[in-house]
Design a protein around this ligand. Structure first.
Ligand code: FMN
Length: 286
C-alpha cells in the first residue's frame, strides 16, 4: 500500500530511494504500485527482501519468486497470516480496499503468468485484472507448501506472521532460514496477543535462526526493547508509511534517521556499547 501513500502514487520507489540513502533494508510487498524490478533498481546496494503473498496459482507464485531472485532481492519473506483479510471496521466504513480499485497490482499486471489469465492487455481489461486478482490472491498455506517454496529458490526463506513457538519448531523442520515474529500490526486478529509478548518464546524456539520482529514499534526505544528481547532485526510498518505520506522520500529518510538516532542514544545513555552487551545484560524482569 506504500505506493498510494505518496502524493504521486509511486511510494514504493520513493521509499526504496530513502532506503538507499539511509542503508535501512526494505521489505517490498507483493502489493506495489510499481513492479518489483523497478523498486529493486531504486534500492541500489541496500538490501531488499521480497514479501510474498502466495497466490493460489502455483505457476504465478513461482514466477514472482523467480522475478524476485533475478531482481536481486536477498530473501523471500512469505507472509502466512493474511490469506484472507481480517475484519477491519475503519476500512469498511470508508470502503477502503485499494486493490479492488485496481491499485497496488503492478506485480500482477507485469507478470507473464498473470497476464495469461486475462482476455487481453491489462490496461484494456481493468475489471478482469481486479477479478483475476480476487480469484488468485489468497492461498491458505499448509506446511506442505513450504516444501515447494523451499525448492523453488536458493534465497533464504522466512515466514512472516509467526506468533507461536510450536509454529517456529515446525517451520524449522521444514527448513526455513528465519522467522518473522509479527501480528501484522494488529490488523488481522484484532485483540490478539501483542507480538512483543510472544517474542522471547519465539526467539527461544528459533535457536540459531534469525528472528525479525515487527508490530507496534513506534520509537528508537521500542527498537532497543525488541533487540534486548532477542530480535535479530526490528521492522516498522505504519511509521514510515505516515512519513511517506507527509514528506515523501525525505520524510522517510528523516523518520528512519530519527529512529536510528534515538536507538543509538538510548544505548549510549544506558551504557550498552554494542548489541551483544544489550542482549546479554539488557533485560531485568520486574
Ligand atoms: C497499510 C498496511 C499495508 C500492509 N501491507 C502488507 C503487505 O502487503 N504484506 C505484509 O506482509 N504485511 C503488510 N502489512 C503489515 C506490515 O508489514 C507490518 O507487519 C505491520 O504494519 C507492523 O506493525 P506496525 O504498523 O505497528 O509497525 C501492512 C500494514 C499496513 C498498515
Amino acid at each position: 500500500m506504500l505506493g498510494i501513500c505518496a502524493q504521486d502514487f509511486h511510494g514504493d520507489l520513493a521509499t526504496a530511494r530513502a532506503c538507499a540513502r539511509t542503508g535501512v533494508p526494505l521489505t517490498v510487498s507483493t502489493l506495489t504500485q510499481d513492479p518489483l524490478e523497478e523498486v529493486a533498481t531504486e534500492l541500489g546496494e541496500t538490501p531488499g527482501f521480497f514479501q510474498l503473498y502466495t497466490p493460489d496459482d502455483r505457476d504465478l507464485a513461482l514466477s514472482l519468486i523467480h522475478r524476485a531472485e533475478n531482481a536481486g532481492y536477498r530473501a523471500l519473506i512469505v507472509t502466512v497470516d493474511t490469506w484472507v483479510t481480517g475484519w477491519r471496521p475503519r476500512d469498511l466504513n470508508t470502503a477502503n480496499f485499494p486493490q479492488l480499485r485496481g491499485y497496488c497490482l503492478a506485480n500482477y499486471t507485469s507478470d507473464p503468468v498473470f497476464r495469461c489469465r486475462l482476455p487481453g492487455a491489462p490496461e484494456e481489461h481493468p475489471s478482469s485484472v481486479v477479478g483475476e486478482w480476487v480469484n488468485v490472491f489468497g492461498r491458505s498455506l499448509g506446511w506442505q507448501d513450504l516444501d515447494w517454496i523451499r525448492e523453488a529458490t536458493d534465497l533464504p526463506v522466512l515466514l512472516k506472521g509467526i506468533q507461536h513457538p510450536d509454529d517456529v519448531r515446525r517451520a524449522r523442520d521444514h527448513g526455513v532460514d528465519g522467522i518473522h515474529c509479527s501480528n501484522h500490526g494488529g490488523r488481522q486478529a484484532n485483540g490478539g496477543i501483542p507480538a512483543l509478548r510472544m517474542l522471547p518464546e519465539i526467539v527461544e524456539a528459533a535457536e540459531e535462526l534469525p528472528v525479525l520482529f515487527d508490530s507496534g514499534v513506534r520509537s528508537g526505544t521500542d527498537v532497543v526493547k525488541a533487540l534486548a528481547l532477542g530480535a535479530t532485526a526490528v521492522g516498522i510498518g505504519r511509521p514510515y508509511a505516515y512519513a511517506l505520506a507527509v514528506g515523501g522520500e525525505h520524510g522517510v529518510v528523516h523518520q528512519s534517521r530519527s529512529l536510528l538516532a534515538e536507538a543509538d542514544l538510548l544505548m549510549a545513555v544506558d551504557g550498552y556499547p554494542d548489541l551483544a552487551a544489550l542482549r546479554r545484560e539488557g533485560l531485568r524482569r520486574l
